[in-house]
Design a protein around this ligand. Sequence first.
Ligand code: ADP
Ligand code: MG
Ligand code: ZN
Length: 614
Amino acid sequence: MKKEQPSWWRPWVLPVLLVLGAIAVQELMRAQQPAPFSYSEFREAVAQGKVESVLLFPTRIDGHYKVGPGENPRTFSVVRVEDPALLEELTRHGVKVSGVVPDSPWMSIGMWLLPLGLLIFVNLARRGGSTEPGGYLAVGRSKARIYAEKDIPVRFSDVAGVDEAKEELSEVISFLQTPEKFRKLGGKIPKGVLLVGPPGTGKTLLARAVAGEAKVPFFSISGSEFVEMFVGVGAARVRDLFQQAQAQAPCIIFIDELDALGRARQAGPMPHEEREQTLNQLLVELDGFDPRIGVILMAATNRPEILDPALLRAGRFDRHVLVDRPDRGGRLAILKVHARSVPLEDPADLEALAGMTVGMVGADLANVLNEAALLAVRRNKDKVGRAELEEAVERAVAGLEKRHRVLNRLERERVAHHELGHALVGLALSGAESLRKVSIIPRGIAALGYTIQVPTEDRFLMTRQELMDRIAMLLGGRVAEELVFHEVSTGAQDDLLKATDIARSMVASYGMSESLGPVTFDDGKASPFLETGPSRVRGNYSEAIARRIDDEVRHLLEAQHARVRELLGAREAVLRKAAARLLEKETLSGEELAALVAEPGSGKPLEPPARDAA
Ligand code: ADP
Ligand code: MG
Ligand code: ZN
């Protein structure tokens, strides 16, 4: 006969009881502490010599006030803030410091050891020992800290090559300097500003510079430090952050690496509970605070596409500031900033250096100068010469090649003409205001250059003519290569794929082909070229129809190809001239390109060509 278990017994009961016990113990410890007050009040009390002794915990400070003889002891407790000057301040005012050495990991380990053990046990029971990252093995290394800094020494002049971003942020600064004035004028007050750009372009630096310029306190926390926390801790930390900041308005709250904590919430069997709780808390705080008290929320990310859409909604991080890779002029400006502390043999070398460092971001450039200075020291020179600079660039380029391709001169020429092909067609077909910029600064592994058109918002309806213009623009890169180099390269493959996709949709989905007539052959899926990836259009139709579709697609593409050849052929002079300019400057704005086109001797003016070329 089987041994009877009590009826309430289940395998999960024991771990649940243990966890409840652990929570109860923690709650009890918390309940015994006196009500918290703000960190700044605490610092004030220290400065006024009212504090007798403190006990430092990694996330909290408990302490005793000085009391007269016979009086009852008075205690306090306050959330701890990262504050490098604290220890010195405490010693200066003769406060007895005891307990944990600041920043010692041992205390936090000790504090968490008991519940950690329980949690591991529970997780083991629940997941059967899974070791997926973010599972129990990663737990307990939580280190998310709130950094509170007052007089930030960084200024806008320390950040270079990002003039557009600075311009957008200057409004934030004037708001922080005089929130009352803003309020009275009823200006639209910024609330959440998201800095978006590749790593090392100066996003963190820029956020600090905003605080430095506005002379306001800077509260920061890094998203990546949140990821390994216990359920509930991250959310509590976010709450603390907002509470402390609000008490010190005007100020800035900065969340660095927002993507680490603001990733889209996943549906699915095992959502990441801790991150979601933290993210939810952040959303709550975002909605709950009123920017009129003078708190600006800033965040930075290099992966905006993975952020939870809820974060980007109106009233949250709805203002986006692009911090892009610098072009040649930008690189020179950044080099000048960092060369302030590096003695150079010839300051003119920086110009050449800017030309040699295509694709590098601010952090890379700072590194190059640093490396060059070290080389000079090693060679017993008291100034950095051209040789050291060149050697430092070579080293940096070797590292850079792992991140994206570094093009040789011929490739760069080809990319410049290719991109201008796109841009000139775009300019001719839809005007200068639709073209934001052309660039040959590499972006990631795949894109060698890029042409940005406005508006970038999603289109839900497009006419036949617009679709054909779009195909024409896509073919522009390839045709420019044909005209100038008399052969095409592999660089146009992606363009061709997209153009073919549009043409196929026009024929098979939208009934826009004259020979096939107003029929659709697709299965009702969403328009394929508005998403990425090849079209999935393939309904039920015969081989004969399939062949007619293919013929029609080819016909459509060939007609657009001929149209673009004529259009660019008449503008070859300006194509070559603009390419030379682009090679030198690396980016051209829509207006700059339009101005080049308007110069005399640029060939045919760019009035819109005949609309029914197809
Ligand atoms: P991000 O946060 O975008 O990854 P950081 O702000 O951390 O980049 O930049 C790292 C360092 O690189 C900065 O501290 C600074 O020394 C240098 N740097 C980056 N961008 C710039 C810039 N635009 N101007 C001057 N220095 C820069
Ligand atoms: Mg950063
Ligand atoms: Zn292209």
